[in-house]
Ligand binder design. Structure first.
Ligand SMILES: C[S@@+](CC[C@H](N)C(=O)[O-])C[C@H]1O[C@@H](n2cnc3c(N)ncnc32)[C@H](O)[C@@H]1O
Length: 409
């Protein structure tokens, strides 16, 4: 089996906290693989929690450039995960984490679930867990996953990890309860390898009020940012701080929603302007669109700039995003807020090292069992690749074995 060269932690503001105290008093380095790593929110939080990355995988070239430029020492593969074999890492990694694509389960999408190739990416995560067999696996997705297909989708995911020999629990966590100035709720699924001992742990919510928008962008941080069209700027100039389309005067509302806002709740978040003294609503990938995803600065009539976006997602100012502006917003909007990821990372560290007495963690009330039998084929087969997107070998036996230092690109 290939041995892994573990890169030394980088020293500086954004780096790991260093070695971990494990029972017996010895410091030991815990290792992590990051899948669907995006612009690095989850990976950065896990690094801060003390985990050392041995491999990150991400398909999007701009996100890969972000990871590589901020952390040249990280081993980042720019590959479609369906082409990657992880068997060479078997038994050598403590934690696997991945925020698999969420569009297939999101309330704001068509919710095609496993019928959407992006929805099937969970099974690639589960395959990586089977091949690597870490002590702990942490997956992140949208809250809407819980109710998708009446709960059967989540059941299938739980069943896939149970079949791999893991105990599984999940919770919905609100980022605003973990030091993030944003009301962003996410489903966190944690799997603990059978026989590893200990409890499944989630981070406990922090005391005190959530941070506010003013606290993180009130100093007027500057940076590149998208601009509104003249029409959108005119519409948004009528929305007061903390308001949305409901606050528009009638003549503006007629221009904004010519067919009327009469279709019910689907556009309740449209034309949203942030409030200074509250957490932000969930940041999405496109801050310019006024319908649903737009997020206007609290006082100025413009979308949040890239740096403001990053601060609300609790990225440090030193973390630079690569690619065109739209790609930068996408990486930030897709990310797990770094502060939430840090607390998840601490829970993973405690489970992997057996230090379950660490403060700020809470045991899962119960370990989930898939509620109904799932046909084996449905839960373990990786989804077939959509036609016309051949990017490499697909048969499991032909997957690429990636090198630890990112030589496969
Ligand atoms: C929700 S984002 C992950 C965000 C990341 N966890 C973070 O905290 O910044 C999902 C990522 O999966 C990547 N992705 C989608 N399909 C993929 C595939 N087939 N192989 C590898 N990565 C893929 C996307 O490019 C996207 O960056």
């Amino acid at each position: 089996m290939r041995r892994i060269d573990i890169p030394a932690p980088k020293v500086g503001e954004d780096t790991a906290e260093g070695g971990l105290e494990v029972p017996g008093g010895q410091a030991r380095e815990l290792t992590c693989v990051s899948l669907f790593a995006g612009g690095g929110g989850m990976a950065l939080g896990f690094e801060r929690a003390g985990l050392t990355h041995v491999l990150l995988n991400e398909l999007d070239r701009h996100a890969v450039a972000t990871l590589r430029s901020n952390r040249p020492e990280w081993s980042v593969n720019s590959l479609d995960i369906r082409d990657v074999c992880f068997r060479h890492l078997h038994g050598t990694v403590d934690v696997v984490e991945g925020g698999f694509p969420c569009q297939a389960f999101s309330m704001s999408g068509k919710r095609r679930g496993f019928a959407d190739p992006r929805g099937g990416m969970f099974f690639e995560f589960a395959r990586a867990v089977r091949e690597i067999r870490p002590k702990v696996a942490v997956a992140e997705n949208v809250k809407g996953l819980r109710s998708h297909d009446g709960g059967r989708t989540l059941d299938a995911m739980v069943a896939a990890l149970e079949e791999a020999g893991y105990r599984v629990a999940w919770r919905i966590l609100g980022a605003h309860n973990f030091g993030v100035p944003q009301k962003r709720e996410r489903l966190i699924l944690i799997a603990l390898r059978g026989g590893a001992g200990g409890q499944i742990l989630f981070p406990a919510e922090l005391d005190g009020p959530a941070p506010t928008v003013r606290q993180v962008i009130g100093d007027g941080v500057t940076g590149p940012g998208a601009r509104y069209s003249a029409r959108t700027a005119w519409i948004m100039s009528h929305v007061p701080e903390g308001g949305n389309w409901r606050d528009l005067p009638e003549h503006v509302l007629r221009e904004f929603l010519p067919n009327g806002p009469y279709g019910g709740g689907s556009c309740s978040g449209a034309a949203k302007r942030l409030a200074w003294d509250q957490p932000s609503p969930t940041l999405l990938c496109q801050p310019t669109a006024t319908k649903l995803t737009g997020r206007c600065h609290p006082a100025e009539t413009r979308p949040l700039n890239v740096r403001e976006y990053a601060r609300i997602q609790t990225f440090p100012d030193t973390w630079r995003f690569e690619g065109p502006m739209s790609a930068q917003y996408r990486q930030i909007g897709n990310a797990v807020p770094v502060a939430l990821a840090y607390h998840l990372g601490r829970a993973a560290v405690a489970m992997a090292s057996g230090t379950s007495t660490s403060t700020g963690l809470s045991e899962a009330a119960h370990v989930v069992k898939a509620r109904r039998p799932i046909r084996r084929r449905a839960v373990t087969s990786p989804p077939s690749r959509p036609r016309g997107r051949s990017t490499g070998p697909t048969r499991p036996g032909r997957r690429r074995t990636t090198s630890p230092k990112g030589t496969a690109r």
